[in-house]
Design a protein around this ligand. Sequence first.
Ligand code: FES
Length: 169
Amino acid sequence: MSLSPEVETQATDTLAMSPEEKATIDTILAENAGKPGATMLVLTLVQENVGYISPPMQAYIAEALDVPLSHLYGVLTFYSFFRMAPIGRHKISICLGTACYVRGGPMLIEKFQQVLGIGMDQTTEDGRFTLEVCRCVGACSQAPVVMIDDDILGRVNPSDVAKLLRKYK
Ligand code: FES
């Protein structure tokens, strides 16, 4: 794939994109670049296979597909399915379904953000946790509910948050 020197430098920066990630993206581009709806197709496949689409990846893909970066960015921000940063080792999903919302979900969000020092849909610098909101997980009788990976934690109190996180390394 022939790219401008600027994009090539950014895209091959090991801090920006690993050789494995670049190889995966190159394969996806080679197989799909000419197809109808290639932008959505390529982004979906990169999301599924790499797990996220960082700004350097976005620049690389936009140039390879010959579409404006702003268009690509617009697609990425329109669909919540896409992530622009890698997900942490542990995913924390705070339920904001109706039962959890009225029983303190928003306060839990505030507390998790405060303890972790990140906002929603962000990952801690050490790559340990990613914080996000989810909808009802079917455990309304235990509201407010938080999921950490596959664990469903019920009746979570904001004062429990720091202790809860200790067991996830
Ligand atoms: S609303 Fe949160 S589990 Fe149902």
